[in-house]
Unconditional design. Sequence first.
Length: 129
Amino acid sequence: MLRDLANLAQKTIDLGLGLVSLAADKAMEQLNWLRQQSQGLRSELVEELVKRGQMSREQAMTYVSNLVNQAAKPTDTNGESASSPRTIRIDDDEESPEKGGAIELTEAADLRQQILRLQAELERLRKQT
């Protein structure tokens, strides 16, 4: 019984490794296909730029290579390179709760009331039409 369980575990591991290997092979095939397609698109873009007379062949090749390199760089949400240090800004707006906090709360309440009035007015106008 224990031997059967060990045999089943080994077969399961082998199956898992086989699936991983197959997935890796398929991914490499797709990656190679995408590389071939992008190379073709690069050539077409270079030819189009040269044909329009906007750039020489060398300038176009350099331009397209730079575009591809820029696109390949990982970027964060701010569009900065992920490998560069992030700038973190800390706003130190210390206000006493008696002053700034109370004013902000009353302003927020006033704005909410205005929104409710505008929503009611909008609904009234919709019903009229």
